[in-house]
Design a protein around this ligand. Structure first.
Ligand SMILES: [Zn+2]
Length: 385
């Protein structure tokens, strides 16, 4: 028997109990053999080095789980530059007078690990490995053990448990994974997603690699798709335009206020009178201004703007120029009208008739003139030179 731990040489706990315990965790005393150039004891107790049995030691064990999260029917994706960095946790093993064994886990920051974290990453289901800690690390390791022990002692004191004795320290090497998943369309890289986390957490499903976030819609998801215009997005962010049948981003669609259909914004026309957007084939065209307006809003073929009774000052532009462009306009008065950026409609009356002038703006070019005689409903178009 080569086991010479100070912990087990003392009266209690017994050497037999310690060996039993080693067997319980899948180790034998051969794992405690001194190894030249490596740390094999710390604080007078044996130092073990182990890995969680479930922790991946090779990228290939992880790649399937990571890549399995994504779908990209229009392209392909692969793992690029994935590393599995072993990072240590410290486990202190103590027994009380009756031989009852208790473990405490600590991170490199000296903080005790939560029980849920220990269970999740399998820090209590361990497999021995070749020694990694060089003798030069002994001082730092001793410091880590001291910090851990002082925490254990205050914990025991607070819980009124009996004195416990350190019998072994274990370094549990856990794999921290970092890498990039690269998405291609043909040979062109269309997206890179970086991930990092405990490799064990990716395997046990606690963590997933990041979803793709669509730049335009902000939607996130794992089912990627490429739109006809080359936009990379997620299937969840897409919808079909009811007018064209084209699959596009749902956020590019707008509702027709008449039919409720969701269509690409370019298919809709805004009614200048009511401000609502709708499919133009449902709209009606005003006989004077030629604008498309909400169905049912025309009277006598004219929109409400063209029917305006709003008086205008014809001594100023553009009204003055419009009157000057049509010589017979002198006979008319009581001018009303409206204008926007592209055109102006001016209407005047005299005893026998009414006249309406339409000019394009901003150049104030007279385009059309209509006239109707008193007590007539229909307007007739006059020739403009
Ligand atoms: Zn009009």
């Amino acid at each position: 028997m080569s086991l010479t731990s100070d912990a087990v040489e003392s009266s209690e706990p017994t050497l037999e109990r310690f060996v039993q315990w080693l067997q319980q965790i899948g180790l034998s005393e051969t794992h405690l053999q001194p190894a030249a150039g490596f740390v094999t004891k710390v604080g007078g107790v044996p130092l073990l080095e182990v890995v969680p049995a479930v922790d991946p030691q090779h990228v290939r064990e992880l790649s399937g789980v990571l890549l399995g999260c994504y779908q990209f029917p229009g392209g392909r994706f692969e793992l690029a530059g994935c590393t599995l960095d072993p990072r240590p946790f410290l486990r202190l093993s103590l027994t009380d007078q009756s031989g009852r064994l208790r473990h405490f886990w600590f991170g490199t920051d000296g903080q005790e690990c939560q029980a849920e974290f220990v269970r999740r990453l399998g820090l209590n289901n361990l497999v021995p490995i070749e020694r990694r800690l060089r003798a030069a690390e002994e001082g730092r390791l001793q410091q880590w053990v001291n910090v851990g022990l002082s925490q254990v002692n205050s914990l025991l004191a607070a819980s009124a448990l009996g004195p416990e004795k350190l019998i072994a320290a274990t370094i549990v090497w856990c794999r921290w994974s970092e890498g990039t998943i690269v998405f291609f369309v043909k040979d062109r890289v269309v997206c890179r997603l970086r991930f990092s986390g405990w490799a064990g957490d990716f395997l046990n499903g606690h963590q997933s690699p990041p979803p793709y976030q669509c730049l335009e819609s902000g939607c996130t998801g794992y089912n990627l798709t490429l739109l006809e215009d080359g936009t990379l997005t997620t299937v969840e962010a897409t919808a079909v335009c009811a007018q064209s049948g084209q699959r596009t981003l749902a956020c590019r669609l707008e509702r027709c206020s008449l039919t409720g259909k969701s269509v690409l914004a370019g298919y809709l026309t805004k009614c200048p009178i009511q401000g609502e957007k709708m499919l133009p084939d449902l709209m009606q065209r005003c006989g004077w201004c030629q604008r498309l307006v909400c169905p049912g809003s025309l009277e006598n073929q004219l929109c409400s703007d063209c029917r305006t009774e709003q008086r205008v000052d014809v001594s100023v532009a553009p009204w003055r120029g419009m009157i000057a462009s049509f010589p017979q306009a002198d006979r008319y008065g009581a001018w009303v009208g409206w204008k926007d950026d592209s055109q102006a409609i001016l209407r005047g009356r005299c005893l026998s008739s009414e006249i309406a002038l339409q000019a394009s703006l901003p150049e104030v070019k007279l385009r059309k003139v209509w006239r109707r005689f008193r007590f007539r409903r229909r307007w007739g178009e006059l020739q403009v030179d």
